[in-house]
Design a protein around this ligand. Structure first.
Ligand code: ATP
Ligand code: MG
Length: 563
């Protein structure tokens, strides 16, 4: 009785099957962009076929554990069946149509991936939200996006109910839960009863597929949209050359489901036919992560740099990393020291990548290419990345400026379609033939990029330009420093000076702050050009961070400047 007949019909004409080589060729512009593309039918269903004919190793497509004995393992075929059921729930019960928007706020549970694939199959635009969103955050996202439905869990349902009346576009509320709630549909029950047959919608390559809100590191999160083809083939090269994935790998990324990194990881893993491993991680603590890495046959691992930094401060000698062979980090600067320590303690390489919610992987260390410690590596296809001035003129190697991506004469295939409802902001980051990332770096003669900081975070002291990252990297090499954030602080003579907020390691907490300050200052002077040393040092218990774990220097800076 739940299932209404479909009003739109998709025509299931068989399309010639594409392979991963084709996806890479499309990304590099060597093959034309197809008119239609759908990740579920073009990629996932292709792996199902390969699985059936034994052309893929028998590792699962999806593997989830919660650390309490519960486990879900799906082959590509099972993922197909479950996601078709979910697709029927979204389209027939929730009445969502291609192009409708759906806000999904779920912890790291299998349903998050089911809803994602179901959205691909139905052409519904998914808007992943982070689990720690407050009532106001949810209201902002529902109103800004005009989402017609929301999928979430028990703990957030009362907050959604409290604001529903103020979100006129919201029609349907779906709960992923073992129990029912007034005014809400129950996803698990509906999926169980749903039919397994579903015809994947034929999405055009340029149709929207996902909407994301940026992390909000520098201010209010911005809403942006990606296309079917952009995310569909956008990770094919990065999966192979950055993450080193093949169809026999098991990949684990720890990030929150509301952050682009989870989508990036899923698309990268599945385009190579590898297995996507997930732990529910109710709390991201280092020992849980380390134990999981040692107990499960994970071969490739991705985490934020701050987490790697916390991990390498421990003695890792009692951990045996049996299967792990490659690691990647991104989203923030990776201190070169952390890479070295990780490699020496685990024997595994740690590759750094750089990208934004607005793009896919812009640059990174590459398999088979030399790694220069401290550099974010080289540009990744399809991007032409250059250092440009504020007018979009290309600067020579060694010169510092904006990290720019060429958008003219040709827009890169994986590039956001704009900040939604904010044409002004969209226009303001385009200069000449380039899109400005808002980040500052220089490129060396070999084409390697060296990150300096977000443009807003770069400190101008007595006409020296100082990036917080280099000072923080130097500080992190001192045994007293657990973490630090470096910002500008007002100074009557120099205009602004370098100030470091430092979180101390526990065995240094009782040291004399004056002495420790001088010691840290001398330490930085020894490691970098002396003018970069922090003239002001403040010891703090913790640093302000986004839910994805990024340090929010803008909050500290505003406090310093009193605005
Ligand atoms: P908002 O735009 O809302 O302030 P955000 O920029 O943190 O938030 P994301 O799109 O999640 O939102 O993050 C992209 C940014 O993260 C990049 O522009 C850059 O500043 C930073 N970043 C990503 N990778 C790296 C890296 N490897 N090194 C240094 N910074 C990085
Ligand atoms: Mg940003």
């Amino acid at each position: 009785a739940f299932y209404k007949p479909l009003r739109y019909v998709s025509i299931g004409l068989p399309r010639p099957q594409k392979t991963i080589t084709d996806f890479e060729a499309i990304l590099e512009g060597k093959q034309a962009i197809p008119e239609y593309f759908n990740f579920a039918s073009d990629v996932l269903d292709m792996w199902t076929q390969m699985e059936k004919t034994g052309k893929r190793p028998p590792n699962p497509a999806f593997w989830w554990i919660n650390g309490q004995g519960d486990e879900v393992k799906w082959s590509f075929e099972e993922l197909g069946i479950q996601s078709r059921k979910a697709a029927n729930v979204l389209s027939r019960v929730c009445n969502l149509r291609p192009g409708d928007r759906l806000l999904v706020i779920l912890p790291r549970i299998p349903e998050w991936w089911l809803v994602n694939v179901a959205c691909m199959r139905t052409g519904i635009i998914i808007i992943p939200g982070i689990s720690q969103l407050t009532m106001k955050d949810i209201q902002y996202r529902l109103q800004a996006s005009g989402a017609k439905a929301i999928v979430t869990i028990d703990s957030l349902a009362p907050q959604v109910d409290a604001i529903s009346a103020d979100c006129p576009s919201l029609r349907t509320k779906v709960l992923v839960s073992g129990s029912s709630r007034q005014g809400w549909l129950n996803f698990r029950e509906l999926c169980q009863a749903a039919p397994e047959e579903h015809n994947c919608v034929k999405t055009k390559s340029q149709d929207p597929s996902v909407i994301y809100f940026t992390s909000g590191t520098s201010g209010a999160p911005k809403m942006l949209e990606h296309t079917q083809i952009g995310y569909g083939v956008g990770f094919s090269i990065c999966a192979r050359k950055f993450m080193d994935l093949t169809n026999s790998d098991i990949f684990w990324n720890t990030s929150d489901t509301g952050w682009v990194k989870t989508a990036w990881s899923s698309y990268s893993t599945w385009i190579t036919g590898a297995c996507l491993f997930t732990h529910e991680l109710p709390k991201t603590d280092t020992s849980l992560i380390l134990n999981t890495l040692c107990q499960m046959p994970i071969t490739v691992f991705c985490c934020v740099p701050t987490m790697f930094q916390m991990i390498v401060q421990q003695d890792l000698s009692r951990y045996k990393f049996k299967s792990l062979r490659h690691c990647v980090a991104g989203g923030e600067s990776l201190n070169p020291d952390v890479r070295t320590k990780w490699k020496s303690q685990t024997g595994v390489d740690l590759y750094e990548g750089y990208g934004q919610s607005e793009t896919t992987l812009i640059c990174g260390n590459q398999i088979g290419k030399k790694i220069k410690p401290g550099s974010m590596g080289k540009a990744f296809p399809p991007y032409d990345v250059q250092i440009v001035d504020d007018e979009g003129n290309i600067l020579p190697p060694g010169k510092e400026g904006n990290i720019g991506i060429r958008i003219k004469p040709k827009l890169p295939i994986c590039f956001f379609t704009g900040y939604l409802n904010n044409a002004e902001k969209t226009a303001s980051c385009k200069r000449g033939d380039f899109y400005l990332t808002g980040d500052c770096a220089h490129m060396d003669e070999d084409g390697y990029f060296w990150f300096k900081g977000r443009m807003d975070d770069v400190i101008n002291s007595s006409s020296y330009r100082i990036g917080p990252f280099e000072v923080e990297s130097a500080l992190s090499e001192h045994p007293a420093v657990a973490e630090s954030a470096v910002v500008s602080s007002p100074d009557p003579i120099r205009g602004e000076v370098v100030k470091a907020f430092v979180v101390l390691n526990s065995n240094f907490i009782n040291q004399d702050p004056g002495e420790l300050t001088r010691e840290l200052q001398d330490h930085v002077k020894r490691l970098t050009a002396p003018y970069k040393y922090p003239r002001k040092v403040e010891f703090v218990q913790e640093l302000p961070k986004t839910v994805s774990g990024k340090i929010q220097r803008s909050i500290l800076r505003k406090k310093e400047w009193g605005n």
